[in-house]
Design a protein around this ligand. Structure first.
Ligand code: ARG
Length: 491
């Protein structure tokens, strides 16, 4: 009997149809197919090199796998759910192609180490893809931050109340820093993916003289996992990836919120490009930030996915448990959704127009600068805070703010400032008053932009180097590009 049935020689009944449907992972496994083939080629070579299989048999197996790969690359290798998963689909197709020798491929290998290997290879590519998306988002924000309109000044908010005036540039570059940290997180996970699970077998390795170091090297890993048991049970990198994707989604949601609030009537500090707004089916005047809202919503869904994944992993005994299969769709969805929202958000942020706050007589955002001037004149800060607070309250009683108080009033209330040269800054002068490292001053914001630019470029260079490394590894094994990872925006 072929396929899944071939594994059931010890049973008297085939698997119940409902049970088969529940157990099949063929839908999500399509993403693992190229990696399953590549890993199988490495395994076949190792079996040939160690003499476990005759060289000619190993080569026939390799040729068969590559023929399947060519079909798959043309979309002509649908996975049959009756064969449970990608692994049995490949083995069955191989046997159909090359005959009973196809049944030798699974020597000293289990689907348990196979799926762990497939996931490691997939993750290596997917993490590079995610790092690329996060880096590209930072690059878009850098472009936005450098646009002339981002030189405008708005009130920075704490508690959504006007706090201190800032250049739009600083706000945008700070969002870019967050996505750079995300890119660095993805890179860190990828760089720690150095061990090959292949050859772990079901949980305990093999009695045949396999060479795990050889297959690890062929696939670009530094070494085999130190324990076969760890090889089949470790899903740490998968969980870290889902976490890092959630963190990225959270950052995306925060930027989206910035755009939603900024384009709110009365705030008017962001004008989204027409390509990223929608209208109402009823109210013809509406200009709605739906896309930003959907990005914001994704971060909520993503947190649910992360909790779901950790829930699946919680309390699993070491070794292989079928629960681990349930981690795959969560991972694939996380990768696809994060990719999708970053692509839209990056364009939305890059094409938006950033505007200054309109002049507001009720503005009091330079209160700290006034208090600092009193400190410079020798007053304790706590006393300065209190006096400025009263001075602001008097203005507010007249429906105005600090910005509306004239120099004579200032001198009367704060005689120690006479001759100090202090003047209340206008909104556009205010950010430059704060020249501390990383602060809102022009020079510091320029330094911040240079730092973002440097880190974006470093990430882009690292990504190209990794792409070349993987291409070389593939080429060395005659595994074509088409078997590679294509970042997809939908699962
Ligand atoms: N399809 C499984 C997975 O994705 C791998 C197969 C392991 N099955 C088993 N019964 N040991 O995790």
């Amino acid at each position: 009997m072929a396929g899944a049935g071939a594994l059931r020689a010890r049973f008297r009944a085939p698997l119940d149809p409902g049970a088969l449907a529940l157990s099949a992972s063929t839908e999500e496994d399509l993403l693992l197919l190229p990696y399953d083939l590549w890993g199988s080629v490495a395994h076949a070579r190792m079996l040939g090199a160690t003499g476990i299989l005759p060289g000619a048999t190993a080569r026939r197996i390799e040729a068969g796998l590559k023929a399947i790969g060519a079909d798959a690359a043309r979309g002509r290798f649908p996975l049959d759910p009756a064969l449970e998963d990608v692994h049995l689909n490949v083995e069955t197709a191989l046997t159909e192609r090359i005959g009973p020798d196809g049944g030798r491929l699974h020597t000293a290998r289990s689907r348990n180490d196979q799926v762990a290997l497939d996931l490691a290879l997939y993750l290596r590519d997917a993490l590079r893809g995610l790092e690329g998306e996060a880096t590209a988002t930072s690059r878009s924000l850098l472009v936005a931050a450098r646009a002339p309109s981002a030189g405008s000044v708005v009130a920075g908010w704490t508690h959504l109340q006007p706090a201190q005036a800032l250049y739009w540039r600083q706000i945008l570059a700070t969002h870019a820093l967050r996505f750079l940290r995300d890119a660095e997180r993805f890179r860190g996970i990828r760089r720690r993916l150095t061990e090959s699970p292949l050859g772990s077998g079901a949980i305990a390795g093999s009695s045949l003289p396999i060479d795990r170091h050889l297959s690890a090297r062929l696939l670009g890993f530094r070494r085999p996992t130190a324990s076969s048991l760890d090889g089949v049970s470790d899903r740490d990198a998968l969980a870290e990836t889902v976490f890092a994707a959630s963190m990225t989604d959270l950052h995306a949601g925060a930027l989206a919120e910035e755009l939603v609030l900024g384009s709110m009537a009365g705030v008017d500090r962001v004008r989204l490009h027409d390509a990223f707004v929608t209208t109402s089916s009823l109210m013809p005047h509406k200009r709605n930030p739906d896309l930003a809202e959907l990005v914001r919503a994704e971060s909520g869904q993503s947190l649910g996915r992360l909790a779901g994944l950790l829930g699946v992993l919680k309390g699993l005994p070491i070794g292989y448990q079928r629960d681990l299969q349930a981690t795959k769709p969560i991972l694939f969805l996380a990768v696809a959704r994060t990719t999708a929202i970053l692509r839209v958000l990056a364009r939305m942020a890059e094409t938006a127009e950033y505007r200054p706050d309109p002049p507001r007589p009720e503005r009091s955002t330079a209160s700290v600068e006034l208090a600092d001037a009193l400190v410079a004149a020798g007053r304790p800060f706590r006393e300065a805070h209190e006096r400025v607070a009263r001075f602001v309250a008097e203005a507010e009683a007249r429906g105005r703010g600090l910005a509306s108080r004239d120099p004579a009033e200032l001198e009367a209330a704060f005689p120690e400032l006479r001759g100090s040269g202090f003047a209340l800054p206008s909104a556009s002068e205010e950010p430059d008053r704060r020249g501390s490292f990383g602060g809102s001053g022009r020079g510091e914001v320029e330094r911040l932009l240079r730092e973002v630019a440097r880190r974006v470029a470093a990430s882009e260079r690292g990504l190209s180097a990794e792409a070349r490394r993987v291409r070389r590894l593939r080429a060395r094994m005659g595994v074509p590009e088409g078997w590679g990872f294509v970042p997809r925006a939908s699962p």
